[in-house]
Write a protein that binds this ligand. Structure first.
Ligand SMILES: Cc1cc2nc3c(=O)[nH]c(=O)nc-3n(C[C@H](O)[C@H](O)[C@H](O)COP(=O)(O)O)c2cc1C
Length: 199
């Protein structure tokens, strides 16, 4: 296994951190990793809030019920309708932000940092709390918080590979399925609708 693939297995949620700050340079590298991720039609429907001041980090810890970890930095990934470069972002922003997030987590692992993904969207109360703490403008939606720091715990590298979840080829047809073979084809109306949505 080469070193690059090892990073996937080494990435674990780290929830215990030392007091050592994360450098601005490292945070920029994490953001570059995030913004190198794929997005539907390259809409890049994201913005990022970087938090390193203790006052805001403490407010997050105090108020967000699942964000009690004492990281020295946090990145809030925002879905951004105001910055997305085209309408594909309306449909795919969650997937795009998730891809950016995973890139940040993998980069953190490769750099010897620890990080944990705290889910915010689509839980309305969490979104409200983060909007209030970070004083977010309209046109952005908090997707998650990534709590970051230098790790004070070690976790074993692993995959959760499970053969039962893998289907090599199509499911066997029993004759009782809900889907008909012709469902794979688009009608002329559907083709026109699809073109419109792609604009
Ligand atoms: C959408 C999402 C939301 C998550 N929210 C939380 C959270 O609120 N608090 C937390 O401690 N971990 C959170 N996690 C981390 C998961 O608990 C963790 O990824 C999972 O248990 C697998 O462990 P691993 O990351 O070490 O592989 C979240 C992960 C995802 C993808």
């Amino acid at each position: 296994m080469n070193d690059f693939l090892d990073v996937f297995f080494k990435r674990r949620s780290v929830r215990k951190f030392t007091k050592e700050p994360v450098s601005r340079e490292d945070l920029i590298t994490l953001l570059k990793a995030g913004m190198s991720g794929p997005s539907g039609m390259n809409a890049q429907p994201w913005e990022f809030v970087v938090i390193t001041d203790e006052e805001t980090l403490a407010k997050i810890r105090k108020n967000l019920m699942f964000a009690k970890m004492k990281g020295t930095a946090a990145i809030c990934v925002l879905g951004s309708k105001r910055m997305q470069t085209n309408k594909a972002g309306d449909k795919f922003w969650e997937q795009d932000c998730a891809a950016a997030t995973e890139n940040i987590l993998l980069a953190a692992t490769a750099m010897g940092l620890g990080a944990v993904w705290i889910g915010i969207h689509p839980v309305h109360v969490f979104e409200r709390q983060v909007k209030s703490i970070l004083n977010l403008p309209t046109g952005v939606t908090p997707f998650n918080l990534i709590i970051i720091g230098h790790p004070a715990e070690e976790k074993e590298a692993r995959t959760q590979y499970d053969e039962k979840r893998v289907h090599w080829g199509v499911f066997p047809r029993t004759g009782k399925e809900k889907w008909k073979e012709k469902d794979a084809e688009l009608s002329d109306v559907e083709k026109r609708e699809h073109d419109i949505h792609d604009l």
